[in-house]
Structures are given as structure tokens and as C-alpha cells.
Write a protein that binds this ligand. Sequence first.
Ligand code: BDR
Ligand code: CA
Length: 320
Amino acid sequence: MLKKIIIDCDTGVDDSIAILFALNRKDVEVIGISSASGNTDANQAAENTLRLLKLAGREGEIPVCIGATEPLKGPKRPYPELIHGANGIGNVILPESAQRPVDMDVRDFLYKLASENEGEVTLVTLGEATNIALTLEKYPDFSKKIKNVVAMGGSIFGSIGNVGPAVEANVKGDPEAFDEMIMADWDVTMVGLDVTTAVHLKKTDVDLALSYCRDDCRNQLEYISKALVHYMRGARIQNWMRGESPLHDPLAMIVAVDPSVVRTQKRITRIECEGKYTRGLVVTDQREYPIEGRYVTHCVEVNENKALNVLFAAFQESLR
Ligand code: BDR
Ligand code: CA
């Protein structure tokens, strides 16, 4: 049976790799994509998504909806041009698509898709959780309609952060929304920096994949290769990485379709919404009498080699 997936993302470079991976998995049906602000604004993120669908030969097949442009509270974080470029996709200009975003409120869009596919959908969030929190506020039973949630965000081991010493961008961008998302009555898996920074995507991995990919996805890998030039430059300047980058959003999508790449642990979890350095911190409590929170599944270890194999297998020739 096909795995039905809704993607909520701020289509930047790594989001775009995650989207293309999902589109090329034979066992996945992407039933809708909503855009979030983060790497770029929600309008540009939707535009990038539409162009990616065209690139993958899927123009007009999957509805795309523009989401929230502001976080629930607090200032919007600046768009990280150093990492994702001025247009979010590493300054690569993709051909325009004739498909337009659906003319719907993102809350109605997400709820409608979830209701039409009740109990069958994995919701994969690759950006700030604003759209999800807004949908839960309008439709409290949204959580009952979704099978499970896989969210890229946060970190739980010590001080691992990328937009602060201990905080990750998707959580920090809208901590209240992320907290609402994990406190809802559904099964959430967080794929955080503890594992995404442990998978190193190398330029040579993409070159190699290009040498054995299927003809119908060569253009997509060529796009990935181009977009990664800017992204890997950002990783070099910001993350001490040379000729490689962490694997954030694609790893979350991989976990959504093949959880065997990670080892997980369930912990009572909340998001800290205060503090100069701690706003956006993921707090987990393993004590016998913990704080009030919900159990969230956290990825604590990853098989790097397997994750990269799974990623590129979606683009290669296959016996099946
Ligand atoms: C997350 O922030 C964004 O820059 C990436 O797309 C990813 O979702 C990593 O912290
Ligand atoms: Ca993202």
C-alpha cells in the first residue's frame, strides 16, 4: 500500500531534496504540500515547490497551498540567505510552472486533506510549525485524522544548535507553534540535529548518484548538485564543513518512510518559549515525576551509510 504523505515545508535547499526524494519513492504518494516561512517567505516557498513539481514531471498533480507568513508570536527570524540563497533554493533558477497554488486557507487545506484520508496520512513537517498549530487551533480534531507526524527540528543532547548555541532553526522560528504541535494528541517523531548533523552529505555522493541514476530523474539530481554549491558554501562558512553538508530535511523524510535508519527514544517533551539563549530549546524530562508534557519519539542515533543509501536509491535504476 502506498504511504500517503502531506509535506509542510519552507522550501529551501534541503527541503527541496526531501521533496524530490519523496516524489521518487515508488511506495509514497504525496497528497499535498503546504508552505511555511523560514528559509524564505511562504509565497516564495510555494513558488519553489511548484517549480520542483514541474522539474519532477508532476506539474498539476499535487496541490500546493501557501501558509502563514508570520510566526504565532515574537519576531520573524531573518531569512538565512547564506545557507539557502536569495530565493531559498541556492539561487538556482528553475523553469516556471503553469500550476498555481490552491486558493485556500492553509488550515482548511490541511484539514480537508487529512479528513479525506483519515487515519492514513503521515504529516512531515520540514519548517516552522506555524501552519500546524493554526490548523490545530481551528480544528482540534485534526490530530485524530493524522496517522503520525514526523518533524525535522530541535536537538536533545546537550548544546547542539544552529541558530543559537542550543536551539535549532525550525523550533526557534516559532517555539509556541512547535510546543502546540507536540502537545496535541498524536504520535510525533522529532528528527533533530543530534542525528541530522551526524549524516554528512558529500558532493561526491551526488556526483556518484548522477552516474547511475534513472534517466527520468537526471534533471532533478543536476538541480540538487547546483543548489548544493551554495548550501555547502554556507555549511563551510557556518558549520566547519568542507565539501559536505548536514542532512536535515531529507533525513526526516527518510525516517518517515523507513524508520529503520534511526534508533529512537520516547521522552516527555516541551519547548522552552522564554529566554535569551533558550527560546526554542527542546526540554525532555526522564525523571520519575516529570514536568507536564507529552511523550515524543526522538531520534538518538542514525546509520549514516544506510540513510545515504536510502536517499539515493530513490533516484537509481531498480530491479523492482
Ligand atoms: C532546518 O532549518 C532549515 O534551514 C532547514 O531547511 C531545516 O528544515 C535545519 O535546522
Ligand atoms: Ca526546512
